[in-house]
Design a protein around this ligand. Structure first.
Ligand code: XIL
Length: 359
């Protein structure tokens, strides 16, 4: 064999070797996210695990899940003296079977509580005991299985003031009218219960810079300065308008992560007006895709923003329908037949070209 034949042969083998060694390009959100060590997640309902299209899509597209309702008080504490972990355990089992992470939601909220709690006439000493016990029992049950928890959900109103709540001031756990003291107490109990879990404060309508996000920022900054155990802020991101301001969201994510906190986008959906047949307009679906693209980009561009979670994943099952009496919908990346929408392509393409590298 001549020298040039030998060289050609050598180069060809090298090219073939490289082609074989290179992993195939990602074709799903999950594959794209795994490659960049990013979490893509969806809120799920275990009652739907019997639907093959639901579970197949979920396991193929996401590397994390969060129970939409199954870890709330109204499910786990339907009765005062027992803990019913069955629905939430189903979610954890599903996640483990498919090597997905589990995010927990939520331990302290003024909504979705059982009657016996809301109308039980408990005094502050009793409520404090009930809450501490709940946090301890639930977090220990899922210790090592749920890696991050929304400890407190939606404590503030749109002006950044603490909302009335059984845990705060009606009658509260004994820290009534002392601002964030009850939130702090819940984080301290959560850390005691499971020191390895990441602890998040989760809030709505404070994704960009506004009065409410200023109040969240002030509270978590103070927590960080005083060593209150908090690891992150969840920005819900239920988007009901199509005039989305991504620069404002990026700035808010930036100021939170500068504090050394993680940010998770926790409940992303972009709801659209529906016509009389229940359909969105094509032009809105395109704008929706743009908004998804901007949200995912704002998160991926900041290394402290480590997860994106949609609130459900198929338009077949989304809380928006009941929440808006059917006037809005089509809010998620998959349509009612589990077909990927323009929003899906937008999320996928942003993750695919992300410059973020694995840890
Ligand atoms: C919603 C669920 O999607 C519904 O199924 C349930 O009936 C009510 O709660 N903010 C939150 C979520 O933090 O827990 C809410 O989820 C949506 C708003």
């Amino acid at each position: 064999m001549s020298r040039s034949d030998w060289l050609t042969c050598f180069s060809l083998s090298l090219v073939l070797l490289l082609i074989e060694a290179a992993p195939p390009p990602p074709t799903t959100l999950r594959q794209a996210a795994d490659r960049t060590n990013f979490l893509v997640s969806a809120a799920v309902r275990p009652g739907l695990f019997s639907e093959a299209a639901y579970t197949v899509t979920l396991a193929r597209e996401f590397n994390m899940v969060e129970p939409e309702d199954a870890m709330k008080w109204q499910v786990i504490r339907r009765n005062a003296d027992t803990f019913d972990f069955r629905p939430a355990d189903e979610v954890v089992r599903f996640a483990q079977a498919h090597s997905m992470k589990v995010r927990g939601h939520c331990l302290v909220w003024d909504h979705n509580n059982p009657e016996w709690l809301s109308h039980g006439g408990f005094n502050s000493v009793q409520l404090s005991r009930i809450l501490q016990e709940h946090i301890a029992v639930v977090m220990k049950h899922y210790s090592g299985q749920v890696f991050a928890w929304d400890v407190v959900n939606e404590a503030l109103d749109e002006n950044g003031r603490f909302k009335d709540s059984p845990w705060y001031n009606q009658p509260g756990i004994g820290l009534s009218e002392r601002g964030a003291a009850y939130v702090e107490q819940a984080f301290r109990w959560a850390h005691e219960a499971d020191p390895r879990a990441l602890l998040f404060y989760n809030e709505n309508e404070c994704e960009g810079l506004n009065r409410k996000s200023d109040a969240v920022y002030a509270m978590v900054k103070d927590f960080k300065l005083r060593g209150v155990p908090i690891d992150g802020v969840g920005l819900q991101m239920h988007i009901p308008r199509l005039d989305f301001d991504s620069a404002s969201v990026a700035a808010n994510i930036a100021r939170l992560t500068v504090l050394g906190l993680q940010v998770h986008i926790t409940e992303l959906d972009v709801s659209l007006p529906l016509d009389s047949t229940g359909q969105p307009q094509d032009v809105d679906l395109q704008r929706q895709a743009e908004i998804y693209r901007e949200v995912v980009r704002a998160c991926l561009e900041n290394p402290g923003c480590t997860a994106i979670q949609t609130w459900g994943f198929t338009d077949k099952y989304s809380w928006i329908g009941s929440h808006t009496q059917g006037t809005r919908g089509a809010a998620l990346p998959f349509d009612r037949t589990y077909k990927a929408k323009p929003a899906y392509d937008a999320i996928f393409s942003v993750i695919l070209v992300s410059r973020r590298r694995p840890d």
